[in-house]
Write a protein that binds this ligand. Structure first.
Ligand code: GAR
Length: 189
């Protein structure tokens, strides 16, 4: 059985979707959810589904190595960022090279980088006049949203869209594809 850990900063609908998807899987399960926000809904969602969920602070992430230790102690095979805001420290990337992935709610390399998160991304897409958006699942490296792309899926930007309606369309793509891509990666580990 492979162990998946999820890092998330916010609502956690993707985290919940992934937990549910793997709850009856024979190859893998989500064993740990970690958040840098103490009040993040993702912690409640995970705990309600019986997954261990903890808050960590900046010091535990960047200085003391406690987050890395926690991931190792759980024998984590794959680290999944699902709406996670902080830049991942280089030690963690090296420890999980090729085994740490992120989802971004647009078609990278456009509309990525520091501060490009959630609604902000959708607003930038709308302001650009692009007629298409989508999702990008990619490996995590030392820079924001810049690791090798694993998978993309597209959706239209429709006339009359606002950040909410576009976010809903993009979320639907995330729910459909993210667990499947994770499953595929797990099979190759
Ligand atoms: C998701 O749409 C994810 O792609 C995005 O945050 C949202 C989290 O939603 N991630 C980023 O913007 C990363 N730059 P959720 O908490 O409901 O899963």
């Amino acid at each position: 059985m492979k162990h998946i850990a999820i890092l998330a900063s916010g609502t956690g609908t993707n985290a919940e979707n992934i937990i549910r998807y793997f709850s009856n899987d024979k190859k893998a399960k989500v064993t740990l959810v970690l958040s840098n926000k103490p009040q993040a809904m993702v912690l409640e969602r995970a705990a309600a589904l019986g997954v261990d969920a903890f808050f960590f602070d900046r010091d535990q992430f960047y200085n003391t190595g406690e987050v890395l230790m926690m991931l190792r102690r759980r024998e984590t095979d794959l680290v999944v960022l699902a709406g996670f805001l902080w830049l991942v420290p280089v030690e963690l990337i090296h420890a999980f090279r090729g085994r740490i992935i992120n989802i971004h709610p647009a078609l990278l390399p456009q509309f990525g980088g520091k501060g490009m998160y959630g609604e902000k991304v959708h607003r930038a897409v709308l302001e650009s006049g692009c007629t298409e958006s989508g999702i990008t699942i990619h490996y995590v490296n030392e820079y924001y949203d810049a690791g090798d792309i694993i998978f993309q899926a597209r959706c239209p930007v429709l006339p009359g869209d606002d950040a909410d309606t576009l976010a809903q369309r993009v979320h639907a793509l995330e729910y459909e594809h993210f667990p499947k891509v994770i499953s595929q990666l797990i099979s190759n580990l």
